[in-house]
Structures are given as C-alpha cells and as structure tokens.
Write a protein that binds this ligand. Sequence first.
Ligand SMILES: Nc1ncnc2c1ncn2[C@@H]1O[C@H](COP(=O)(O)OP(=O)(O)OP(=O)(O)O)[C@@H](O)[C@H]1O
Length: 386
Amino acid sequence: MSKASKKSAPQQNKQSLKKNEKSHGALLIFVNPHSGQGKSLDTFNNKVAPKLDQNNIRYELIITDGPNHARTVLMEKGDLGTFNGLLILSGDGLVFEAVNGILGRDDAMQILKSLPIAIVPSGSGNGLLCSVLSKYGTEMNPKAVMERALEIATSSSAKAESVALYSVKTEKENYGSFLSIGWGLMADIDIESEKWRKSLGSFRFTAMGVVRSIVLRSYKGRLTYRLYEPNDYQPKSNKFDVYENSTQERIEKGNNLKTWELHENSAGEEIVVEDVFLNVYAVTLSHIAADGPYAPSAQLEDNRIHLSYVLLKDIGTRIDVARYLLAIEHQKHLNMAFLKTVEVSSFKLEVLDNSSYIVLDGEKVDTKTIEVQSTRNTISVFSSTD
Ligand SMILES: Nc1ncnc2c1ncn2[C@@H]1O[C@H](COP(=O)(O)OP(=O)(O)OP(=O)(O)O)[C@@H](O)[C@H]1O
C-alpha cells in the first residue's frame, strides 16, 4: 500500500477494502493530521498501515479536513455495520466528536455499543486510552502508551469492552460524554494552553499551570448534585472479540439498549453549593492524561461520576494552588484537605459570572449551565489482545 495522501487516500483504501478476501475484517479510520504535534499522518503511514496490511485487516481511511468532518461522516454513513471497529488517530477531542456524530443517528445506541473504538494517541490529551490501558497494567508514560495502543489497534486478536456513557445537557445542545467535565482552574489551563500544543506537547498543561497559579482567578457558581446510589445496577465489562463478528452481526445477536437509559436516583438527597470556586472537575474515568490517575477508584464500565471541587475560601495562598496542581501530577491531590470529592449520579453546574470555560471531554462548550447524568448506556473501546 502506498503512503496516504490527503486527496487520494480514501478512494485508494476503499479499493483495498474489496480486494483482500482473506482478511479478518475492516476498520474505519479517522486521522486528524493537525492533532497534537502534527505527527498523526506519519504515525499512520509508518506504524499503523504496514501492521494492518501484515495482519490482514482492511480499512477505509478518512483524513479529517477540519472540525465536524468525522461527525458528519459518522452521522450519515450507511455502511457502518460492515466495519468491525473505528480507529481514531487524534486525541480525546476527535473521539468525543465521533461519539456525538454517532449519537445523531437513529441507530445510535446500538452502533455505539457494537462498533468499538480503537485509539492511537496523537493528540495532547488521551485520557480515555490511558484509563483503558492502565486497567491492564500498561505503564503510564507516552512511549509505553503509544506502543501498547499500536499493538492493540492493529492486532487481529483485539478485544473490546464497555465504557460508561453520560448524558449531558447544555443551553444549546445535548451530548454524550465519557471522560470529564471541567470549569475553573483546570478548564482554563486545558483551553488556554492549546496555543502551546505544537511546541510543548502534554507539558503545556504544567507550563500553563504555573502561569495560572500566579495569576489566580475566582469563579462564582452554583453546583447542585445527588450522591450516587447503585440501585441494583451492576455494570458489566461485556468483553468481546473485535473480529469474531461485524458490527451488524453484533447488533443482530445482542440485546442492546435502543435509547438513553438514565440512571435515575431521585431518592438521593440534593446538595447545593453556591460559592466562589477555584475549580470544579468531574471525571468518569480514572485517567485524564498519561500520568497518574485523577480518580483511582473509577472503573471503565462503572457509571458513577467522580465530582471534585475546591472553594476559593478554603485555599490559603497561591502556593497552595501550585501545590494542588503539582499534587495532581503525582496523585497526591486526594490527600489535600481543601479538595472536596463526592461520587454522584448527576450534577448541574450554573456559572454565575463571566469567568472561565466549561470544558467537556477536553472540548470547550458554549454554555453557562451544564447538566450531567449517569446512564446505563455504554460505548465500546479496544482494550487488550487477550
Ligand atoms: N484537519 C483538522 N484541522 C483542524 N482541526 C481538526 C481537524 N480534524 C479534526 N479537527 C478537530 O480538532 C480537534 C482535535 O482534538 P483532539 O483532542 O483530538 O486533538 P488534540 O490535538 O489533542 O487537541 P486538544 O489538545 O484540543 O485535545 C477536534 O475537535 C476535531 O474536530
């Protein structure tokens, strides 16, 4: 197979889809050529395509030409059921876009569960991948994560499993989310450090963290949440062999949810905190990046939301803020008295001033109010080879 180029690749690879009759199955691949430090197309050409050819896995390649390209393809494509999986070479942002593209379809929930997503990390944030790999003991450093991700994404014995999906309502749009909801300090760091993506890679978060600790902001808001109650729900991993069946076969054999099924918990007490915050950060998975876990007890399929927040009045000095950010990198943040953590089944955040962005799975959303609800719906993600 010759090297992919922006214009000719999709056509060229559609042809290879038909020719190779001995193959195990097929992947639909999205490469964002501008993600992270801009190396994803090289990674595809040099590390992914040769392995897929060697392992007799066919593919259709789509090189994204801008925001919403992948979303539109996934909303409209008529033959998704013929693929065994999606492969995304980018960061959490393109996975989020893909999930929300699929959510625009009539068969959304069946596709999300039966069309597993593989990730080769080329963005600056790959929390979903890191959470999945850490379950199986991959060391959390960029090299080990990349090597293992490449092995799993190109293996004909790849296995996939469930990752909980959350329902999110904002003023303008509804979303499905799988990773994080942030507002305040960490959201600012994530968004404002994007300009350093090419030069600093994931070190951009640390560098902006230093800046933000010095030029400290406060954030007025109202946070309303309900504590999590399992209500007899037992989340399952539902591990399956990616190439044993096509997505269409999995949909036909499975007994999948067809619509959103919310994890209702109206019996739980509603708690309201209206105050000046330093940070609100909720995660649904253990890792937000390739360092230690932010919520070590979070599990892939489990549908509880790990909500954490810091009130400005509980912080002593700017040094405490720097210590907090450093503690996150070294997994000591949970020991800090000013960090409040609760496991919830839903929460609502109302922004009461003009500060900060609300960031959903690493992407900025234009809203002053966000409501997050745990559900019993799942996506499936490539996770291992045995
Ligand atoms: N060709 C393209 N050019 C510019 N943006 C693109 C292109 N293709 C996809 N995108 C958008 O870029 C974003 C990529 O975010 P993603 O997280 O995957 O990568 P990233 O480089 O880590 O970015 P971030 O640092 O924001 O997380 C997505 O919102 C996606 O819609």
